[in-house]
Design a protein around this ligand. Structure first.
Ligand code: DGT
Ligand code: CA
Ligand code: CA
Ligand code: ZN
Length: 574
C-alpha cells in the first residue's frame, strides 16, 4: 500500500457511499480524509505502525481503522462490498462535469438509469428533463458533459499524438535553458495508440522550463505544476507530462520514461544482477550515490552489457535474449524502400493522377509504384470494370514511356475478395495485371472459420501477390472482422503471397505483433501507403515504424526488391 493508492481508495469510498445513499456525515468524513491525506507530509505507513493515525487532524476513528485495514490487507472490505453492489455505470456517470453522485443516485432510483448510454438516451428523449429537480437545461448540460468526457478520455491514434507532440517539442527545443529534450513513452515506442504524451528535458533551470510548459499555447488546464514535473491537459484533450532532469541524468530518465514498464523491469533486474541500481536518475553501484556516467541511452545499454535496443523494440517481447545472442533485427530506416504498392487514383476513389505518382516517385527516388484502384464489384468506390482497367493500362504505358525509365508504374488492382474467396475478375482477365493486392471490403460478419477460409482461398489464386489490410480494423473506431490471422499468415508464407502492412495510421493492419509472427514464419511483407491523395504517401513512415516494431528487416519486404525482382516475384506463381 502507498499513500496515493490509499487516497484513491478513500475517494472511491466517498463516491460509492454517496451513490449508496449513505448518511452525509459519513460521506463528508471520507471526503475530508482525502483532502487531508493528499497534502499529508508525514509517513503514513509509520503512523499506521505506531497507531498514531488519530493524531492526524481530520482523521477520525472509523477512517483510521479503514486505513489500517488497507495497509494490512491491501484492501478494504467495505469498499469491496460497495464495489460489488453498486453498478459500475453509476460510478462512471459521476465523472461527467456537474453530475455528481447525488444526481446519479436520483436518476438511478427514479428511472433505473445505470449506464452512461441510458443516461444519454434519457437526456435526448426528454424523460430526464421531466424528473423533479432536473429540466431541459440540465439535460442539455449533461449531454455536453458526456461529449466532453468522450473527447477528454481514452487513447489517441499515433498520428494524432504525433501532431500534438510536435509543437510542444518545438517550443521546448527553442528555449535557451533546454539542453536537450525528447518525447518518450508509448509515442517514442511508436505504439499504434497513445495514452498520454511524455517529455523529458535536460536543463539546469527546471523552474523556467516548467513555467514555460504550463503556459504553452494549447494548454487547456494545468493538472500539476511542480519543480521538476508537470502535467497539462491540451485543448485537443490529450494529457502531456514533462519531467526535467540534469543533463547527466538525461539518458537514464529518457530510458525510464520511454518504457515500456515491462522492458524497464527487465533492465532493473539486469542492473541488480550486476550489483547496480537503475532508476530514472542513474545507474548506481550498490551502496554508492554516484551514478555511472552515460551520455546517451546507448551508453546505458552498454553499461548493462547490451547492444542498443531501439525504442520500438522495448516491449519485452524477446528483445533481451535476442540482444544477448546478437539476433536483434537490423532496423529499417526507410531508405531501403525501392518500390511502393497500393495507390489509388482518380480512376476509382483516389484523387491523384498516374502522372502525379510518377513524378513523386522520381523526386523521392522510388523506382517502381504498384498502382491499385478498386475492382469492379466495389461500386461505392467507383471500382473499375474491364474496359476502364484497359484504359488505365494504356495510360500507364504512356506515363512510363514519357518518364523514360526513371520510374515504372505497375499495372495492378486492389481486387475485392468476393464472399466465396474468388477474385473480382474472370480468371482469363486476371492475367492482364502485373500484380494484385486482394482485400476484403464486404461481408465483415462471417464467422472466423468462414472469413479465414475466404482469404485463404484468395491466397491460393496464383494471380494474388499481396493480401491487403488483413483484418479491416480502423484503429479506435472499428474492430477488425473475425479472422485467424496466424493461419492466414502461415498459408501465405507457404504459397509465396505477401501480407501488407497498411501504413495508413487509421489502419496499421497487419498489426505489428503479427508482423513479428509473419517474420518468424518466413512470410513476405510489404509496406503499403494505400494512398488516396498525394499526402497519403507521407504515411509510408508509419508502415516503416510498424515493420520496425515487428522486427521486420529490409529482406522481409517486397519494397526492397528491384522492379525486375518484384515482377519476377509477382509472376512466379502464375
Ligand atoms: P501510454 O501513455 O498508456 O500510451 O503508455 P506509456 O508507456 O507512455 O506509459 P506512461 O505514460 O504511463 O509512462 C511512461 C513510461 O514511464 C512507461 O512506459 C514506463 C515508465 N513508467 C511509468 N510508470 C512506471 C512504473 O510504475 N514502473 C516502471 N518501471 N516504469 C514506469
Ligand atoms: Ca504515455
Ligand atoms: Ca505519462
Ligand atoms: Zn482496401
Amino acid at each position: 500500500m502507498n499513500g496515493l493508492r490509499l487516497t484513491a481508495m478513500l475517494e472511491e469510498m466517498a463516491t460509492l457511499l454517496e451513490l449508496d445513499g449513505a448518511n452525509s456525515f459519513k460521506v463528508s468524513a471520507y471526503q475530508r480524509a482525502v483532502r487531508v491525506l493528499s497534502s499529508y507530509e508525514g509517513n503514513l505507513a509509520e503512523a499506521v505502525q505506531n497507531k498514531t493515525l488519530l493524531d492526524i487532524e481530520g482523521i477520525g476513528k472509523g477512517i483510521a481503522e479503514k486505513i489500517a485495514e488497507a495497509y494490512e490487507s491491501e484492501s478494504i472490505r467495505e469498499l469491496e462490498e460497495l464495489r460489488s453492489r453498486i453498478p459500475r455505470g453509476l460510478v462512471e456517470m459521476t465523472s461527467i462535469q456537474g453530475f455528481g453522485p447525488k444526481k446519479a443516485l436520483s436518476v438511478y432510483t427514479q428511472l433505473g438509469i445505470d449506464t452512461m448510454a441510458k443516461l444519454e438516451a434519457a437526456c435526448k428523449d426528454g424523460s430526464l428533463a421531466a424528473l423533479k429537480g432536473f429540466g431541459a437545461k440540465t439535460a442539455e448540460k449533461i449531454l455536453q458533459g458526456i461529449a466532453q468526457l468522450a473527447k477528454f478520455s481514452g487513447r489517441r491514434r499515433l498520428d494524432v499524438a504525433l501532431k500534438a507532440a510536435a509543437p510542444i517539442l518545438e517550443v521546448l527545443r527553442a528555449h535557451p535553458a533546454v539542453i536537450r529534450v525528447e518525447s518518450a513513452g508509448s509515442l517514442r515506442r511508436r505504439r499504434e495508440t497513445v495514452g498520454d504524451l511524455d517529455f523529458v528535458a535536460a536543463t539546469e533551470s527546471p523552474k523556467e522550463v516548467m513555467d514555460l510548459f504550463v503556459a504553452m499555447e494549447g494548454v487547456e488546464s494545468v493538472l500539476g505544476h511542480g519543480e521538476t514535473k508537470s502535467s497539462v491537459l491540451l485543448d485537443s484533450g490529450i494529457q502531456a507530462d514533462l519531467r526535467c532532469v540534469t543533463d547527466k541524468q538525461f539518458p537514464f530518465a529518457l530510458a525510464h520514461f520511454t518504457g515500456s514498464k515491462e522492458h524497464n523491469t527487465r533492465m532493473r533486474q539486469r542492473a541488480k544482477d550486476r550489483q547496480l541500481k537503475l532508476n530514472e536518475y542513474g545507474l548506481f553501484p550498490d551502496g554508492s550515490e554516484e551514478s555511472k556516467a552515460a551520455s546517451s541511452e546507448a551508453d546505458l545499454y552498454k553499461l548493462l552489457e547490451l547492444p542498443y535496443i531501439h525504442p520500438e523494440l522495448r516491449e519485452d517481447l524477446g528483445e533481451f535474449s535476442a540482444a544477448e545472442n546478437g539476433h536483434l533485427p537490423s532496423m529499417l530506416d526507410g531508405k531501403e524502400l525501392r518500390g511502393l504498392l497500393h495507390m489509388h487514383t482518380h480512376y476509382s476513389d483516389g484523387k491523384p493522377t498516374l502522372d502525379q505518382y510518377a513524378e513523386w516517385a522520381i523526386a523521392n527516388e522510388i523506382s517502381w509504384m504498384g498502382i491499385a484502384d478498386h475492382s469492379q464489384s466495389l461500386t461505392v468506390a467507383n471500382g473499375l470494370n474491364e474496359k476502364r482497367v484497359l484504359q488505365q493500362h494504356a495510360e500507364i504505358d504512356e506515363v512510363n514511356a514519357r518518364h523514360g525509365g526513371k520510374v515504372r508504374l505497375l499495372k495492378g488492382i486492389e481486387s475485392d475478395i468476393l464472399p466465396d474467396g474468388s477474385l473480382d475478375y474472370p480468371e482469363g482477365f486476371l492475367g492482364n495485371f502485373e500484380w494484385i493486392v486482394a482485400s476484403v471490403h464486404t461481408h465483415f460478419n462471417l464467422t472466423e472459420e468462414e472469413q479465414t477460409r475466404r482469404v485463404i482461398r484468395a491466397i491460393s489464386n496464383p494471380h494474388t501477390t499481396v493480401i491487403g489490410h488483413l483484418t479491416g480494423r480502423l484503429i479506435l473506431a472499428r474492430e477488425g472482422y473475425a479472422i485467424d490471422q496466424k493461419a492466414v499468415i502461415r498459408e501465405a508464407a507457404q504459397a509465396g503471397v505477401a501480407i501488407e502492412i497498411n501504413a495508413n495510421p487509421m489502419r496499421l493492419d497487419l498489426d505489428w505483433r503479427l508482423v513479428h509472427y509473419a517474420v518468424e514464419q518466413g512470410c513476405r511483407l510489404c509496406i503499403s501507403p494505400d494512398a488516396h491523395v498525394m499526402k497519403g504517401l507521407d504515411d509510408v513512415i508509419f508502415g516503416v515504424w510498424m515493420a520496425r516494431k515487428g522486427w521486420a528487416e529490409a529482406g522481409h519486404l517486397l519494397n526492397s526488391l528491384t522492379t525486375d525482382e518484384f515482377l519476377t516475384f509477382a509472376r512466379s506463381r502464375r
